[in-house]
Write a protein that binds this ligand. Structure first.
Ligand SMILES: *Cc1c(COP(=O)(O)O)cnc(C)c1O
Length: 484
């Protein structure tokens, strides 16, 4: 792909992409000479060149709107555009967080109703929409765990147990809240090792932080027993519910023994994400934790909607009420699908992942050969033995026009390839991906060099990813500042 995407390369002195109207006011004096820069080297281009430049740039991007994006744990699914339109209705988009709640009863009602819907979906007692990311919902949950034990006068609980398969934010959250993080190993089936949990669970443990389904895409069949073990010793069970698209309408966190969970509206409930876009990580808790919920909570009294702050609230998580536009999209999604539609979402997500699992397990090592939920984790260790790393496989997928899956996570799987197809992909797309993965497995045998040097037909070749992430080069530079 050769594209003139550096503006100076098409710049020609004297060209302009706009014309200004004649001055009809007296010209103002320029600032003093010493404050003016004269060396500015700005590109000079016509309108059509400018449009082509930005259009070319936009085509360098890969997104859910352009292709399959099976990034495990991230749920990069397609989100209906209609929900974007609804979030842009002036009554939602043009209101201000600081205007009096009495002037926006519709917005408050939407928040109140969404709280009720999420409470119902999770089988909990109360919901707060305040957290603005999954990780912030985790933080709020663990702060609530802390507040709960403190109110009971139990200061000895200084540990949080976290499985070795956990998303990185889980141990980070526990540690940010001042807890000691103790890692619980998984067993050979990919479940939490019950014997280890039993020996680690004592009166110093504040909570077990558990992702279900786990980041291996597996549902732990002994979840009820796990909850009982934790509760017997006075601990709480906190759930990371970021990947709810596998459980919707099928099973409720409340029935599984969880005391508090966070959801990711931007994964499960129709908000496109990635690149740091707006998120929302509501928390849903059993009623005995209601006093600690983050504020505000939308309430309804005698047909009037207002906000309240629970008695011993852990406080606010931001200046206003959370990411309202994400709430609008989640509400629209839930209401347009209805109960039967939500159930179908999780059925389709689970069928898609299991389809990939069965079709690819002859070509890639499947460490846990059992039914999975919304995602499947393979190991690239057969390919690694032939000198091709999982990173090479991921880069080669780019040549075939696919976004790679999550790689090298979860950490318990060697050379992990964590594939989440999501519920919105057609069988045709899944088949094309399967064919490509099989083709890559063949290339490992026949032409490993083409993998080790991939990608070959992308705008940039293999990047130094650590430097690209830490020192991103995002700004247009003058010709004189650009390297050779
Ligand atoms: C995505 C994810 C998170 C973090 O959510 P953010 O909104 O990115 O903070 C936490 N846990 C799991 C299991 C996730 O998949």
């Amino acid at each position: 792909m050769k594209q003139p995407y550096l503006l100076p390369d098409i710049s020609q002195p004297g060209k302009a992409g706009c014309s200004l109207p004649a001055l009809d006011v007296p010209p103002a004096a320029l600032p003093p000479e010493e404050l003016l820069r004269t060396e500015l080297e700005l590109p000079e281009v016509s309108e059509v060149e400018l449009v082509r430049y930005f259009t070319a740039l936009s085509r360098l991007n890969y997104g859910v709107d352009t292709g399959f994006y099976p990034l495990g744990s991230c749920t990069m699914k397609y989100n209906p555009k209609w929900h974007e339109d609804i979030a842009r209705f002036p009554g939602f988009a043009s209101i201000h967080p600081y205007q009096s709640p009495g002037t926006v009863p519709g917005a408050l009602r939407l928040m109140f109703d969404l709280q009720a819907l999420l409470t119902e979906i999770t089988g909990m007692g109360i919901t707060s929409l305040a957290p603005m990311a999954g990780a912030q919902g985790e933080l709020a949950s663990i702060l609530m765990v802390k507040a709960y034990h403190r109110r009971r006068g139990d200061a000895a609980r200084r540990k949080i147990l976290v499985p070795d398969t956990a998303h990185g934010t889980n141990p980070a959250t526990a540690s940010m809240c001042g807890f000691e993080v103790n890692t619980v190993p998984s067993d050979s089936e990919g479940n939490l090792d019950l014997a280890s949990l039993e020996s680690m669970m004592d009166e110093q443990v504040a909570a077990l932080s558990l992702t279900i389904p786990s980041t291996l895409g597996l549902f732990d069949p002994r979840i009820i027993e796990i909850g009982q073990l934790v509760h017997q010793k006075g601990g709480l069970l906190y759930g990371d519910g970021a990947n709810l698209n596998s459980l919707l309408g099928k099973v409720k966190f409340g029935d599984l023994g969880f005391d508090c969970v966070q959801l990711n509206l931007h994964k499960t409930f129709s908000t496109p994400h990635g690149g740091g876009g707006p998120g929302s990580g509501p928390i849903c808790a059993k009623s005995f934790l209601a006093d600690f919920m983050p504020s505000p909570i939308a309430v309804k009294k005698a047909k009037e909607y207002s906000f309240t702050s629970p008695a011993e609230s852990i406080g606010r998580l931001g200046a206003a009420y959370g990411n309202f536009s994400v709430m609008v999209k989640a509400y629209a999604y839930i209401r347009s699908l209805g109960a039967a539609g939500l159930k179908e979402v999780s059925e389709d997500a689970v069928i898609s992942a299991n389809y990939l699992k069965e079709k690819l397990k002859a070509d890639y090592h499947l460490p846990y050969d059992r039914a999975c939920l919304h995602e499947v984790v393979f190991s690239g260790k057969w390919q690694k033995a032939k000198g091709v790393a999982t990173l090479d496989i991921a880069k080669r997928l780019l040549d075939y026009g696919f976004h790679p899956p999550t790689i090298y996570f979860p950490l318990v799987v060697e050379e992990a390839l964590m594939i989440e197809p999501t519920e919105t992909e057609s069988q045709k797309t899944l088949d094309a991906f399967i064919d490509t993965m099989r083709e890559i497995a063949r290339e490992v045998e026949e032409n490993p060099e083409v993998l080790r040097t991939a990608p070959h037909n992308t705008p940039v070749r293999r990047l130094d990813e650590a430097t690209a992430a830490r020192k991103p080069d995002l700004r247009w530079k003058m010709k004189s500042q650009r390297p050779g």
